[in-house]
Design a protein around this ligand. Structure first.
Ligand SMILES: [Zn+2]
Length: 285
């Protein structure tokens, strides 16, 4: 499933070429997780502003006034499109798009090429919203936790949020309402880097360990961004390049293999119906 690094890699791939692009038309395929919310034909004539990301959502601002500089019109006076890749979605900007295939469920045709959502399982979505701060976008984003790289999200802020949670730290990270971006592979890797046992109740994490956890999460996500995101199923970035982060995971997917840091063996347990990989020797309660 596309995680935060993959979505950010996608954003970086499409933001520059789409900035200032003129929308010629939009085409809908089969229904996605949520409806677009307005006729596709209404999108024609808008100009695309600077593509932003919040959690695993992308926001494509649409500008209507010709006096707005696309690079400055971050919110968009023509609303915008909130895009989620769901379980299996990928976005590509195609200079000359072939006819849509059976799994291509949204096309935004622009004078810079066609932005196409390919989504075999159709858990993804493209939703029009008048702004990021109004429904439906605001409703979809309201439960998201902090952005991991936001400088305002300090170790103290993470520690304070964890103090209010009694669930295992792994489950709290996965829930995404304290901090976004810790999908299964990144939660496992960050806890390993921080030396924290995944079953430790979140409220028992000390302030120094919270600081180590935040640094570990940032380091893990930064490394994944460098590697171009992970490749868990068929994720490819906007240029069709697969990520390489998964190949360098320390514990994820390595049950029964030796820990890269000690003589121990990586274990797999199931928490909240998801596989957790960890080293019982390196990760303490
Ligand atoms: Zn170990």
């Amino acid at each position: 499933m596309p995680e935060l690094p993959e979505v950010e890699v996608t954003r970086r791939g499409i933001a520059a070429p789409l900035l200032g692009a003129r929308v010629l038309a939009a085409r809908l395929g089969k229904p996605l997780r949520w409806p677009l919310g307005r006729p596709a034909a209404d999108l024609a004539g808008a100009t695309v502003g600077a593509v932003a990301r919040r959690g695993k959502y992308l926001w494509l601002p649409l500008l209507r006034s010709p006096t707005i500089d696309p690079a400055e019109g971050g919110l968009g006076d023509g609303g915008g499109l909130l895009v989620h890749l769901g379980m299996s979605g990928s976005l590509a900007l195609l200079p000359s798009a072939p006819a849509p295939g059976p799994h291509d469920h949204f096309d935004l045709l622009t004078d810079r090429g066609t932005l196409r959502l390919h989504d075999p399982r159709r858990f993804g979505a493209v939703v029009w919203s008048p702004s990021l701060h109004e429904a439906p976008a605001a409703t979809l984003l309201q439960r998201l936790g902090a952005e991991p790289f936001d400088p305002a999200f300090t170790p103290a802020a993470l520690h304070a949020a964890l103090q209010r949670r009694r669930a295992p730290i792994k489950a709290v990270l996965l829930a995404g309402d304290v901090v976004v971006g810790a999908g299964n592979i990144y939660a496992c890797e960050a806890l390993f880097r921080a030396g924290i046992h995944p079953a430790l109740p979140a409220h028992r994490i000390s302030r120094p360990r919270a600081a180590r956890l935040l640094a570990a999460l940032r380091g893990t996500l930064a490394r994944a961004l460098e590697a171009g995101g992970s490749t868990l199923r068929d994720f490819t970035d906007a240029h069709g390049v697969s990520g390489a982060f998964q190949a360098e995971a320390a514990v994820y997917g390595r049950a029964g293999m030796s820990c890269p840091r000690c003589d121990g063996t990586v274990r797999r347990v199931v928490q909240a119906q998801r596989s957790t990989y960890f080293c019982p020797a390196c990760q303490r309660r």
